[in-house]
Design a protein around this ligand. Structure first.
Ligand SMILES: NC(=O)c1ccc[n+]([C@@H]2O[C@H](COP(=O)([O-])OP(=O)(O)OC[C@H]3O[C@@H](n4cnc5c(N)ncnc54)[C@H](OP(=O)(O)O)[C@@H]3O)[C@@H](O)[C@H]2O)c1
Length: 298
């Protein structure tokens, strides 16, 4: 039987690359990086949907640098808001479902409990605002489309905070990390697995949260990565991570939400099982890096 077509935007990003690898066995994956699927020209990107006529489109492309979004506001609006809207309308026209990746940064971070899917967004940065506008444009284009909010994304295709902490520790450098900002790390391989639940036409559209279970700070995240490496016998040289205050990171231009963990009830309901804890996901990731020989001293 012919495989159905899945069109992926952002295929060379941290999450997109993991998605591009995951679905090839079951789907005819057309994976577009920035050059082939540029979201700074939304109608051109949408015309690719109309031409390819896929069953599923995933948009993992975005302007993700929160500080650059603050200063390049027009481009951020085009890429993060208008382009997802154009993709969603093209999907509606050809009967496809758009799975659009969004962020916990649509929330203000003034909460004291993890955000549920129906919590009211209230972004405090231009990045968060453009991502929220993207969500709204996607959802208004058709009920079948899904908005998937992830947070603190990590995985083998592009370094993130935990990789930098591991590398510093292996080099014997002190590791410092913010200890007064909380969220939930999201392992790209777990996202790839969980998104399959949305490939079925029976799965309802709307907003889904998708992150590993639990709440932590950047400091906890770094320490867990180092602990996992030490448990595998790797020569990490740091056991504790020095705490920093968010307010002391002067290089940050845009404000960040202080507390933006999320609960994932809707996707867990579709999956029929709870997502694993962020600690389990970090250990699994460090194991993978060790197996690939990537945790060596440079
Ligand atoms: N990273 C996080 O911690 C995090 C947290 C919450 C939500 N998210 C969301 O998760 C999704 C995936 O992010 P990620 O972590 O995979 O980040 P990423 O590695 O920065 O991936 C984003 C991809 O989008 C591409 N891109 C940027 N501008 C583009 C344009 N004009 N046209 C087409 N592609 C463009 C980038 O291309 P280049 O490779 O050329 O740069 C990159 O490959 C995004 O929607 C992001 O908002 C991420």
């Amino acid at each position: 039987m012919d495989k159905k077509k899945l069109l992926l935007f952002g295929a060379r990003g941290r999450l997109g690359a993991a998605l591009a690898r995951a679905y090839g066995e079951d789907w005819n994956v057309v994976a577009l990086g920035r050059q082939e699927g540029d979201l700074s020209t939304p109608e051109t990107a949408a015309s690719m949907v109309r031409r390819e006529k896929p069953a599923i489109v995933i948009n993992s492309a975005a302007m993700t640098n929160v500080d650059v979004c603050e200063t390049e506001r027009g481009l951020a609006s085009t890429v993060n808001a208008d382009a997802p809207g154009a993709l969603a309308r093209a999907c509606t026209d050809c009967g496809a479902r758009l799975i659009h990746i969004s962020t916990d940064y649509v929330f203000s971070g003034n909460a004291s409990e993890p955000y549920e899917e129906h919590a009211a967004p209230d972004p405090i940065s231009w990045y968060g605002q453009t991502k929220l506008q993207g969500e709204e444009q996607v959802l208004s284009a058709g009920d079948q489309h899904g908005v998937i909010r992830v947070s603190w994304v990590f995985g083998p295709d592009r370094d993130s905070f935990v990789d930098k902490a591991l590398q510093s520790s292996l080099r014997g450098e002190p590791v410092k990390a913010v200890a007064d900002k909380w969220s939930s790390p999201t392992y790209t391989l777990d996202v790839a697995e969980a998104l399959r639940a949305l490939f079925s036409v029976e799965a309802p559209g709307g907003v889904y949260h998708l992150c590993n279970r639990g709440v932590c700070t950047w400091r906890d995240w770094a320490e867990e990565g180092i602990k996992a490496a030490a448990a595998l016998g790797l020569p990490v040289k740091t056991s504790s991570v020095e705490p920093l205050k968010l307010a002391d990171i002067k290089a940050m231009v845009a404000p960040r939400p202080v507390y933006s963990p999320m609960t994932c009830e809707r996707i867990e309901g579709l999956l029929g099982y709870p997502l694993r804890s962020w600690q389990d996901a970090v250990h699994s990731y460090v194991h993978l890096l060790a197996d690939q020989g990537r945790l060596t001293v440079d």
